[in-house]
Design a binder for this molecule. Structure first.
Ligand code: FAD
Length: 124
C-alpha cells in the first residue's frame, strides 16, 4: 500500500481540509501500516512525515528493509540522497511515454503551486 497525502482538493465531508489534520492523519496511518508486517510505501516529500516514520520504525524495531519511501522524480532530490545514504529504501516515481504533455498539464492543473515549484527548480 502506498500512503500519500493526496494531490487533489476534496470537499471537507470526505477529506481533511487543514494541513495540520492531514499531517496528523498521515502519521496515524503510517503507525498502523508499518507494524502490520506487510511491505508498505511511505510516499512523501515532507521532512516531518519522514522524520516521524524513521523515529517510529526505529522505536518499534522495524527494519529499513520492511518498508520504503517513495518520492516523485526531481522533487527533493537532496532528501532522496540523504535517505539512501542512511540505508533506507527509496523508490522514485517517473512518468514516461509519449503522453507526457497531457500528464504534465493535468499535474499542473491539479496543483497550481506546481507551476512555481517547477520554475523554481528549473533554475536551481
Ligand atoms: C510516488 C507517489 C505517488 C503518488 N500518487 C498519488 C496519487 O495517485 N494520487 C494523489 O492524490 N496523490 C498522489 N501522490 C501525492 C502527491 O503527489 C503529493 O506528493 C502530495 O499531495 C504532497 O504531499 P507531501 O507528502 O509531499 O507533503 P507536502 O507537505 O504537501 O509537501 C512537502 C513539500 O514537497 C514538495 N512537493 C510535494 N508534492 C509535490 C508535487 N506534486 N509537485 C511538486 N512539489 C511537491 C513541495 O516542496 C512541498 O512543500 C503521490 C506521491 C508520490 C510520492
Amino acid at each position: 500500500m502506498r500512503l500519500v497525502k493526496g494531490a487533489y482538493k476534496e470537499p471537507a465531508d470526505i477529506a481533511f481540509p487543514d494541513k495540520a489534520d492531514i499531517d496528523a492523519n498521515f502519521v496515524s496511518l503510517m503507525k498502523i501500516l508499518l507494524p502490520s508486517g506487510i511491505y508498505h510505501a511511505i510516499a512523501t516529500h515532507d521532512p516531518k512525515m519522514i522524520a516521524a516514520t524513521k523515529e517510529f520504525a526505529s522505536a518499534k524495531g522495524i527494519g529499513k528493509e520492511k518498508f520504503e519511501f517513495q518520492m516523485l522524480y526531481g522533487i527533493r532530490t537532496d532528501l532522496q540522497r540523504e535517505l539512501i545514504g542512511e540505508g533506507y529504501r527509496l523508490r522514485v516515481y517517473i512518468p514516461f511515454g509519449t503522453d507526457w504533455f497531457p500528464y504534465f498539464m493535468r499535474r499542473l492543473a491539479e496543483r497550481p503551486a506546481n507551476l512555481t515549484f517547477f520554475l523554481r527548480n528549473l533554475f536551481r
